[in-house]
Every structure is written in C-alpha cells, then in structure tokens.
Design a protein around this ligand. Structure first.
Ligand code: MLT
Length: 444
C-alpha cells in the first residue's frame, strides 16, 4: 500500500507536540526547576461541582437498565442541543435552532474534519499567524500544494496579520473557497468588530465562499461592541459554519466537548451548479465517522446551562481574563510591544532581541523557567513574537511575569534595565484586581 504522501510533506511534529517534547527534555535535564507553563492554552481551574455532580448522576444512569444509554445520536443529545440553541443563541436574539447544532468532541476535531465536505480542490485562506490546525489539516487533505522556501504552502492563501493592520486580516482581492477566521483570535488575541465581520460575510456572499468561524474563545468577549457569534451579522447563516468549545470556558480540555453550527440556509454546489445543503453532507459525515460525544460528558455540558453552571463559567473567564490583563500590563510596563489580553486569554508579544521565535522560547525557558509558544509556529508573520496564555493560576502568572521582567532582554523602548518592580498605576490596578479575585475564589 502507498501512504498519503501529504503527511510526509508536513513538518515532522505538530506545534504543541514539539513544545511539549522540548519541555519534557528540559524537565529531564533540570528536575528541580520550577517551570511555569504559559504555552498551550490548557486550563488550570477545576471543573465546576454542578458539572461533576451531573456526570456522577450520568454514571449512575449507566448502571441501571432503565436509564442505561448505548449509542447516542451522532449529532448529540437533544437535551444539550436545545440548551445551547436557547442560551447561546436565541436568548441573544440569534435565530439558531437545535437542528443547526452538532455536538462534537471539541473544536479541533471539527476544524479538521470539516475538510471532508468541501472539494479537495478548494482554495483555502488563512490568517497568518493562525491556529496551525487550519493549515496542517488542509495539507493532510491534499489542499496545500508544495511547501515553499518561506515555510508557506503554494496552494494556500495567507492573509498577513501584522502590527500595521492591527493583526487583523482584510478581505482578499481574489476569490477564496474556504476561509478560516478566528475571533477572538488565537494566537494574537485580536477581535473583529461588527463592521469588520460584516465585510467578511459580504465578501463570502459575493464570492460564494464558506467561512469556517472559529469561535472557541467567544466567551472571553466582554466588550458589547464585539460580536460573539458570526450569526449576529445579517446573511451569515448562508455562508458560515461556527465552531465553539467548552474547553477553555468550563475546563473541558480533558473531558472533550464542543459544538459546530451548520445552519439550514448554508449550501454548496457541485460542478454542474446544483445546490446541496452543507448540513446534509456534515450529517452524513458525522453519522458515518463519529458516534457522538459520550452521554456522561454531554450531561456534564448540559449542567453548564444551569444558573450554577453560568456562574462557574463566569468565574473561570474572570480569572483567566484578569491573568491575561495582568500579563499585558506587566509586559507593557517592562517595555515590550504587546497585543491581545483583552476579550481574549492570549497575549501576543514581540521580543525585539532577535527574529528567531524558537531561540526566544529557549531563552525564556532557560533563564526564567517560563514556557511560551513561539510565534513562528503560527505562521511566518509570527517570527520574533511569542504567545503567552492567561490560563495558569494568578499566583504563577504573577511569578512568571516577574521572572520575565527581570531578564536582560532588549526592550521596545530601547531600555535594557532590570525591571524588577512594576509600580505604575496600571500595573498596580492589575495586581489589585488579581488579589481581589484570588481572594474571592479562594485560590492561592
Ligand atoms: C492552543 O494553545 O492554541 C490551544 O489550546 C490548542 C488547542 O486547543 O488545540
């Protein structure tokens, strides 16, 4: 048999696996180092008790013949789909129904799996920097073309995101079949305004493109002017699939549950121009290749829609956002160029020392025992940047920022001082905020 040669075209390891193996090596060589993880967006707060109690009840259901559950619906249980449609959409004035919702085992799987339902010849458009799953899964499916000298793929359209455009891609001049958009953006933390998102929806309608809207971080949006769903924009149901996740909001990174919205209005065409609802294709794909998320996990996710669940999510988000704000303010104070950290758990930071993000990663690791994600891992435009996350504990976040501030790194403003104390008004405000939060949550 012959292998899918697209796999050998790809760099050997996935970004976060490479980071993890470098950290493993570092730990083996420095067993006493107190490493602070600020790399992968993995959460630290435990699962809310209303969720674990619901899962315990679901486990008990499995032990009795009258409440036992075997194969569930591939699309997800109606109890969860209805709770999502009502709370996440209808109560916010968005006309999405339970039929539009497909429960998944997380955003990452669906971002890759959706490639099954559009043509292999589709031209893909991605923001650079962007979540690496968009490009890697497109390459696996044969949509990458050839790897060029600059690390980009010949058949993929890269939309450069730089400080000059606020790290936000503008609509391309040419027609693209499938666009991956992410807001709040992983990794830069930037968000689209309503007007900007409307430009994308209008573009997709003009060009008959599909937008895959990665909305995994929507719950971090606090600014009322920033849309949380692409369906807040008129006409979006005809052009967009929206993907969401319980991972970062409710601590489900290990439990695995999310959902994908495929509205009935969304259609694609065959070569003869006949139209087909994408939902029909996705349903066919899911019922063939997926047996649904587990009953126990879906019962846990359902509990997030109770008043206790909503409260727990709010506390998680407040903690992570407060960490992110602290990182942003501490790093700004220390003289770095910093983006994100508002409406987002991610902070994107330029270290002007050198353009090699992996060298910066190594320096932060060896000199501060802080792990980061090298910006280059998200695309060429990420060179010279690193991404830090607000997902660690408030105490570790503070410690990590203190360590980085004390490093002898070149600063944006030219200063090379030792920034051992953060004593401006903004930084003090962020520390106070963190202290209050830490106390109210009983976190050390
Ligand atoms: C990230 O750190 O970018 C994400 O946690 C990775 C993921 O969700 O797969």
């Amino acid at each position: 048999m012959y292998i899918n040669e697209n796999f050998i075209k790809l760099p050997q390891s996935y970004l976060f696996s490479t980071v993890a193996s470098k950290l493993k090596e570092y730990r083996a060589a420095h067993p006493d180092a107190e490493l602070i993880r600020m790399d992968i967006g993995d959460v630290t707060l435990p699962i809310a008790s209303c969720v674990t109690e619901a899962m315990h009840r679901a486990v008990d259901d499995m032990s009795k013949s009258d409440t036992f559950h075997g194969y569930g619906p591939e699309q997800g249980y109606p109890f969860l789909r209805e709770a999502i449609a009502k709370t996440d959409y209808q109560e916010r004035g968005i006309d999405i129904t339970a039929d539009d919702i497909f429960i998944s085992d997380g955003a990452k799987s669906d971002l890759g799996n959706l490639g099954n339902i559009y043509s292999q010849k589709s031209i893909i458009g991605v923001a650079d920097p962007g979540y690496p799953v968009y490009v890697d899964s497109s390459v696996m499916d044969g949509r990458g073309g050839e790897l060029l000298g600059d690390g980009r793929w010949s058949r993929i359209l890269y939309m450069d995101c730089k400080p000059e455009n606020g790290f936000k891609p503008g609509v391309p001049k040419q027609s693209v079949d499938v666009l991956f958009l992410c807001s709040p953006c992983n990794p830069t933390g930037t968000v689209f305004t309503r007007d900007e998102l409307k430009e994308w929806v209008d573009y997709a309608r003009r060009n008959r493109s599909l937008i895959i809207f990665d909305s995994a971080y929507e719950a971090f949006v606090t600014d009322p002017d920033v849309p949380r769903s692409i369906y807040e924009i008129e006409g979006a149901k005809e052009v967009a699939i929206e993907i969401r996740s319980f991972s970062k909001t409710a601590g489900f990174t290990g439990l695995r549950c999310g959902y994908t919205v495929v509205p009935a209005e969304l259609k694609g065409t065959d070569r003869e121009g006949n139209e087909y609802p994408l939902r029909q294709l996705w349903n066919r794909r899911q019922s063939t290749k997926f047996n649904g998320a587990s009953y126990i996990i879906q019962r846990g996710a359902e509990a997030l829609y109770t008043p206790e669940g909503r409260e727990a999510i709010k506390k998680n988000i407040d903690t992570y956002l407060s960490n992110a704000r602290y990182i942003r303010q501490a790093m700004e104070k220390a003289g770095f160029e910093v983006y994100g950290g508002e409406n987002s758990p991610y902070v994107w930071m330029r270290l002007p020392e050198e353009n090699d993000s992996w060298a910066l990663f190594e320096r932060l690791l060896s000199e501060a025992q802080v792990s980061s994600t090298p910006g280059i891992g998200f695309g060429e435009c990420g060179a010279g940047f690193i991404r830090l996350t607000g997902f660690n504990t408030p105490e570790n976040t503070r410690k990590a920022m203190d360590r980085i501030s004390k490093m002898n790194l070149k600063r944006e403003n030219g200063a090379e001082d030792d920034f051992s104390s953060l004593n401006d008004v903004k930084a003090i405000k962020a520390i106070d905020e963190l202290d209050k939060l830490t106390e109210s949550l009983g976190i050390k």
